[in-house]
Design a protein around this ligand. Sequence first.
Ligand code: NI
Length: 173
Amino acid sequence: MIRDILIHPDPRLKKPCEPIAAVTAEILTLASDMLETMYEAPGIGLAAPQVGVMKRLIVMDCIKDGPPEPMALLNPQVTWASEDLASYEEGCLSIPDQYAEIKRPSSVKVTWMDLTGALQERIFEGLWATCVQHEIDHLDGKLFIDYLGPLKRQMITRKMEKLKRELARSGSN
Ligand code: NI
């Protein structure tokens, strides 16, 4: 089921999320809905607070060409980050049509629990590294625009407030 994606500014996008204790039917449905919502958007990553669920769950698929590689990460944690930084033009499904170059570690080691309840660990590089850090930030109430200067951030926030007013008026959100 496709869920509604919250648009910034929204208090739920600014709050830290709760760890997930166990993989329940509700969590499996949430992960499946989030992947469907992400692919439909379309996007390469989505975090649970973006659909209004304050739990530490993210989904990603950064494959551009080739067979899809859907991933669902529960309680993801960065345990190591490279000193090397990489810059990517980032966007966010909660901040539609706004993009900015953001510098982050170019590779990170991440541990998480998968949908079978097993612990996983992987080193992410390239676009995957940027995406996983962007999504984990969401679980801590942080958006990519928080890396920008206050003027740029305010400009984007005002555009989003205007967009939300327009959406409210057209009755679609
Ligand atoms: Ni995002």
